[in-house]
Every structure is written in structure tokens, then in C-alpha cells.
Design a protein around this ligand. Structure first.
Ligand SMILES: Cc1cc2nc3c(=O)[nH]c(=O)nc-3n(C[C@H](O)[C@H](O)[C@H](O)COP(=O)(O)O)c2cc1C
Length: 311
């Protein structure tokens, strides 16, 4: 997730534990072969997370996507995810992301080229195509499988649906039933109960968590290991997020990333907007930490208020 699944968030998630696979921030396929890990703001990872790390690439040129995939394999990461789901308008206009759902032949060429170039797992992250019918969705999922995808991550929203419309989980079942490769469902899963519901209602093989992972990085440990957070857990996360961001990134970027993360963190609390407003006025690491020290009496919501947050 752009601006969210950076080194700092991933490190906090890994420290709590319980997560199977993690995704980096999306990388441009065109740029990726030339990225320098020491200076790139996106193509950054720790040695110890490589075994569970997926790098998502975006682009529409089969050769460039294959070259990017080779670099990811050479770096020793777990897998490659092809972004066929991004609906942000400048990406769509460049005929990449969700646009590829409307050009099935090019999408298929990309998957085939990437699969031919590497032997690590290749997944497809996609959403509902426009003017979606069940038939169109089934054909699409089958095409992904036939072209060589190892698993699918499906977010059942149509381009350009906004986030206030709920994802249509019933379409996850349609995808699941049309292929024999694993299907991970995604969309508005914000609690253990939601995870259970998604498995039960859709028959999916796994669940991909987005915004809740930023709001509650312990969610994986909570689901798979019974971790019980306390109010102190939340203060700890905010402090760690600040310290890690300023350790891993230069100060301007670190401050920007901290502020980008704040609405997700704030969504956990009653009067979260007030918390966001206080912390977003901070101008550097010390100010964030000192403001955090002065925040007391946070009231945790059972369910974070994430529905309207996001791009
Ligand atoms: C800030 C932000 C950045 C995102 N960036 C990406 C991205 O780079 N690639 C991607 O496949 N999805 C991206 N997404 C979409 C999420 O992966 C996910 O599909 C969506 O948020 C729905 O899942 P959720 O309800 O669990 O958050 C992004 C979402 C947000 C809010």
C-alpha cells in the first residue's frame, strides 16, 4: 500500500508476529531494475523479512514487468504481485493497474512473460472489472490461472467505486469457485469476526488485510495467536512508528509518512480526529514524541472507524 506498507509498519507488524505474507509498497516496473536499495525510498527491505515479503509491481509492458520480476527474484524475496487493481486516475490513464482488466490479452501476456522470467510465486491483485457480469469475472479469473498465476488477491470493488460503497464479497465466492489456485479475499475486514465471516461467506483460501494492518499492526497476532492489546499497546505503536520512520527515512519523508499514517491510527479512538489534529501539527520527531507523552485517556473503539479512510 503506497505510503503505508513501508519498512517501519512492516517491522512493527513483524514484531507482533502472526502474519504469513507481507507486501512492500508498490514499485514501478520500469524503474525497479535500476533501483538502488540504499537510496530508493520504496525498494527497501530487511534481510530477515525477505522470506515472507512480496513486492508488487505496476506497469503494462510485458518485457519491463518481466525484467522487474527478475530483479525481485534475484533479491531473494518470496514473491511478486502484479497490480491489476489500482484505480487511481493517473495510473488508469497510463493504461496500467485496473485498466488491464479491460485489456485481457495484454494482461495475459504480462502474466506469461513474468512467469517465464522467474520461478518464485506470482500473484495477481485485482478488483471487479467495469460493467461486471459474473461471466466476465469468471473468464478473467480463469485467464489469470491459465496464464500461470500462482494465487489471486481479489478486492471486489468496481473502478471507480469509492470507499463508502461496501465491497461485494459475494463476488469473492464467484472467483473462488472458478479457479483451482488459492484466492485471497480483501476488502473491509477490520476485526477477527470479519475474518471469520469472510472465510465463511466466500470460501476463500486466505484473507488480505489492508487498512486495518496500518491501524492495528497487532491484528495478525490477535487473529492467529490470541494476542490481547491494551491501551499501552497503542501508545507503544505510535512511539515505535515515529522512531522507526525517523531511523529508516530522511526527516522530511519520515514526517510525511507519519502524518499519512495518523488517520489510520486515529481511527481506533473516540475523538480520534482530535488526536490526529494534535499530532499532525508536529514538525519533527521530538515534537511528535513530546505530544504523544501528553496524550492521555484515549478511548479505544471496538471497531476502528476505517470505512471512509483511504485513497
Ligand atoms: C493509502 C492506500 C494505498 C494503497 N495502495 C495500494 C497499492 O499500492 N497496491 C494495491 O494493490 N492496493 C493498494 N491499496 C488498496 C488496498 O490494498 C486494499 O485493496 C483496499 O484498501 C481494501 O482493503 P481494506 O478494506 O482491507 O483496506 C491501497 C489502499 C490505501 C488506503
Amino acid at each position: 500500500m503506497v505510503g503505508l506498507t513501508h519498512l517501519a509498519l512492516r517491522k512493527i507488524i513483524r514484531e507482533f508476529g502472526g502474519c504469513a505474507l507481507l507486501s512492500m509498497e508498490m514499485c514501478s516496473a520500469k524503474a525497479l531494475p535500476y533501483e538502488n536499495r540504499a537510496t530508493s525510498p520504496y525498494f527497501k527491505f530487511f534481510e530477515e523479512e525477505k522470506y515472507q515479503l512480496i513486492c508488487q509491481i505496476i506497469g503494462n509492458n510485458p518485457k519491463k514487468m518481466a525484467d522487474a520480476a527478475k530483479r525481485i527474484e534475484q533479491e531473494g524475496l518470496f514473491g511478486i504481485d502484479l497490480n491489476f487493481g489500482c484505480s487511481v486516475s493517473h495510473i488508469y490513464k497510463q493504461q496500467a493497474g485496473a485498466y488491464l482488466l479491460e485489456n485481457v490479452s495484454l494482461a495475459s501476456q504480462i502474466i506469461e512473460a513474468v512467469k517465464k522470467a522467474v520461478s518464485i510465486p506470482v500473484s495477481i491483485k485485482f478488483r471487479l472489472p467495469t460493467q461486471c457480469t459474473e461471466k466476465k469475472l469468471i473468464l478473467l479469473a480463469k485467464m489469470f490461472e491459465q496464464s500461470g498465476a500462482d494465487f489471486l488477491i481479489f478486492h471486489p470493488r468496481i473502478y471507480p467505486d469509492r470507499r463508502n460503497r461496501p465491497p461485494r464479497w459475494e463476488y469473492i465466492s464467484v472467483v473462488k469457485q472458478s479457479v483451482s489456485i488459492p484466492v485471497l479475499g480483501n476488502g473491509n475486514v477490520f476485526s477477527i469476526e470479519d475474518v471469520k465471516k469472510m472465510f465463511q461467506q466466500t470460501g476463500c483460501d486466505g484473507v488480505a488485510l489492508g487498512r486495518i494492518a496500518a491501524a492495528r499492526p497487532f491484528i495478525f497476532a490477535q487473529i492467529t495467536q490470541g494476542f490481547q492489546p491494551t491501551i499501552q499497546t497503542y501508545y507503544y505503536i505510535a512511539r515505535k512508528m515515529c522512531l522507526y520512520l525517523f531511523e529508516f527515512y530522511e526527516p522530511t519523508r519520515a514526517l510525511r509518512l507519519f502524518k499519512k499514517w495518523l488517520p489510520y491510527f486515529g481511527s481506533n479512538f473516540d475523538f480520534g480526529l482530535e488526536l490526529i489534529s494534535i499530532l499532525s501539527k508536529a514538525k519533527d520527531k521530538n515534537e511528535i514524541l513530546s505530544k504523544l507523552n501528553k496524550i492521555h485517556n484515549l478511548k479505544i473503539l471496538n471497531r476502528p472507524n476505517l470505512i471512509l479512510i483511504g485513497q
